[in-house]
Write a protein that binds this ligand. Structure first.
Ligand code: 1GP
Length: 242
C-alpha cells in the first residue's frame, strides 16, 4: 500500500510545490478522459483528487478505476458525501468542514462512513476544510448549508485553521469553492501558513499560472485546480514546468 501522507510530507520537505488536479465524477464522461489524462501526465500535476458535491452512487469507483489505468499519480478521494468513498483509490481526505456550524459535516457524515471504512484498506487523512467567501455562493455552501468565513476576518480564519491542527488534523484545506470568482487571498494564505505546522492545501478559482504562483509564494503546499482544466485542457501545456 502506498503511504500517501508520508509521501506528501517528504515531497514538501524537498521543497516541491504540489499540484492536485480535481476530477469531478459528475462533470466527466470517464470513457472520454484519454486525451485529458495524457496532458495531465505530461504536466507538473503531482496528485489527482476525485470528488464532487453531488455524485451518483458507484460513479466514483468506476471513475477511479478508469483513471488508474491511465496514470501512476496517486488518486485521493475528496468526497462530498459518504457514497463517494471508494476502496480502489489510494487515500481519502476525511474532511471536516470546520468553517461551518452544521454538525452533519463536522462529525455526523464521518460516523456514517466508519462502517464502510472498517473493511477497506484505504489510507484516511484527517483534513480540516475551511470555506472562505469568494464573491459568490458556491456549491459547498449550498450543499452543506453553511456560511463561508468572511475574507476580511483574517484572524478568525487563522484561528480556525490552527484549532483544526490542534485537534489533530493532518492537512488544512483553504477553499474558495469550485469556480470561485476570487481565489483565497494571498494574505490569508500567508497568515495561516505562519501558524501552521501541517501542509496547507489551497483551492478554488485558480485559473492561470500567475494565480498558481501567487498561491505557492504565499505558502500553499498543494494547490487544487479543477474548473480551469475542465474548461481548457490546454492549460496543462502551460504547467509543464514553473
Ligand atoms: C474545488 O478547490 C477546488 O473544491 C477546485 O476549485 O474548480 O475552481 O479549480 P476550481
Amino acid at each position: 500500500m502506498r503511504v500517501i501522507y508520508e509521501d506528501i510530507l517528504q515531497l514538501i520537505s524537498e521543497g516541491k510545490k504540489l499540484l492536485a488536479v480535481l476530477i469531478d465524477p459528475d462533470k466527466v464522461v470517464p470513457e472520454n478522459l484519454y486525451g485529458f489524462m495524457q496532458k495531465l501526465n505530461q504536466s507538473m500535476a503531482s496528485h489527482i483528487f476525485v470528488g464532487g458535491s453531488t455524485v451518483d452512487e458507484n460513479m466514483t469507483e468506476r471513475l477511479v478505476d478508469i483513471i488508474k489505468k491511465q496514470t501512476t499519480l496517486p488518486i485521493i478521494l475528496f468526497p462530498g458525501d459518504v457514497t463517494q468513498i471508494a476502496e480502489n483509490a489510494d487515500a481519502l481526505l476525511f474532511l471536516s468542514l470546520i468553517s461551518g456550524r452544521n454538525p452533519e459535516y463536522l462529525i455526523e457524515k464521518h460516523i456514517n462512513a466508519v462502517s464502510k471504512l472498517r473493511d477497506m484498506q484505504l489510507e484516511v487523512i484527517p483534513t480540516g476544510y475551511v470555506l472562505i467567501e469568494n464573491g459568490k455562493e458556491t456549491s459547498v455552501q449550498r450543499v452543506t448549508q453553511t456560511l463561508p468565513l468572511k475574507r476580511d476576518n483574517i484572524q478568525y480564519i487563522v484561528d480556525t485553521a490552527k484549532a483544526g491542527e490542534l485537534l489533530g488534523m493532518k492537512l488544512m484545506y483553504l477553499e474558495a469553492g469550485s469556480g470561485a470568482t476570487h481565489p483565497v487571498p494571498s494574505e490569508i494564505i500567508k497568515k495561516v501558513k505562519q501558524v501552521s505546522t501541517i501542509p496547507l492545501i489551497v483551492g478554488g478559482g485558480i485559473r492561470n499560472t500567475d494565480q498558481l504562483q501567487r498561491a505557492y509564494n504565499s505558502g500553499a503546499d498543494i494547490v487544487v485546480i479543477g474548473t480551469a482544466f475542465e474548461e481548457n485542457e490546454d492549460f496543462f501545456n502551460e504547467l509543464k514546468r514553473l
